[in-house]
Ligand binder design. Sequence first.
Ligand SMILES: C[S@@+](CC[C@H](N)C(=O)[O-])C[C@H]1O[C@@H](n2cnc3c(N)ncnc32)[C@H](O)[C@@H]1O
Length: 300
Amino acid sequence: MENNIWSENIQGILNLDLSREIRFRDDRKDLFLNLLGLKEGMTILDTGCGPGAITRKLSSWLGNKTKIIGIDRDTTFINYANGKAKKQSIYNISYLEGDALKLPLEDNSVDACISHTVIEHVPNKEFLLEQKRVCKSKGRVSVMYCRPDKYIKTEPELLSKQSELEKKLLDKLFKGTDETYKKYDVGKYWPDSIELPKLFDELGFKNIQIDAIAIPMAIDDGRNSYNEKLAMIEAEKKQFLEIIDIGVQRNQNQLSDSEQKQLKQLIVERFDRRVKLSEEGINIWDYTILLLQIVSGMVE
Ligand SMILES: C[S@@+](CC[C@H](N)C(=O)[O-])C[C@H]1O[C@@H](n2cnc3c(N)ncnc32)[C@H](O)[C@@H]1O
């Protein structure tokens, strides 16, 4: 039976694909691979892989001798990930539909387990026990998650702000979102900074490590070419518009057709103004820095 809870109610393909493409940029390859203990030739499981952006990164970073398995319970994501891998002629990733708490894998069958922004949505203990079950002895289980209380966001004067009308329409559209999140346990299990490594300890993991990566997303960063700057703005716009589409689908009748059109128009105009600044060569330094925390442990 199909399960499209996440893709239909929470986050869409574009949101996950485009944001992860930036988070897992190629210049962070060595950092990620080192901290996650991933090497060429391993069999690596990515649980809650979503549309597969991270699995594709690992495939390109680690090459054909590496086997990657992506598991997610959302049918739309798995179909998309399968289609994209095929289109890009990537043959070392297999995608499976399945529950993180009951993985469709044998005991001791992978060399390393990773997951990115999944643990906060599932009971931590059951999740880790299942990761441990499928991971071979001496393999590392790594959990990546973001700290919602550690987030830097600049709001420079020149950045075009949301108008009162845009805010009003967004409020109207997203009324009831909390209930939806509650219904699907979204963010119900945020790990505590002390309790999570403690849990690794309790469950018998060895050599437990705490790491973190600060991930800046700055359009005006001098390493971005002009086209990359425009692509980042475009990606943000697409993600925002997708959030609107998901909101409309989830909260039908909340906004009339003309209100939906109006809201999208306001968003497009706001992003167009941002593009214009880059076209004129003006740096305004609107950026975010998120803190990706990694807790990992070795299976004995
Ligand atoms: C925030 S998204 C992260 C997706 C992906 N790891 C990424 O960073 O692009 C959370 C993912 O966890 C999946 N998920 C949530 N609960 C799950 C469960 N019990 N079993 C399998 N997947 C689950 C959702 O379908 C969604 O794809």
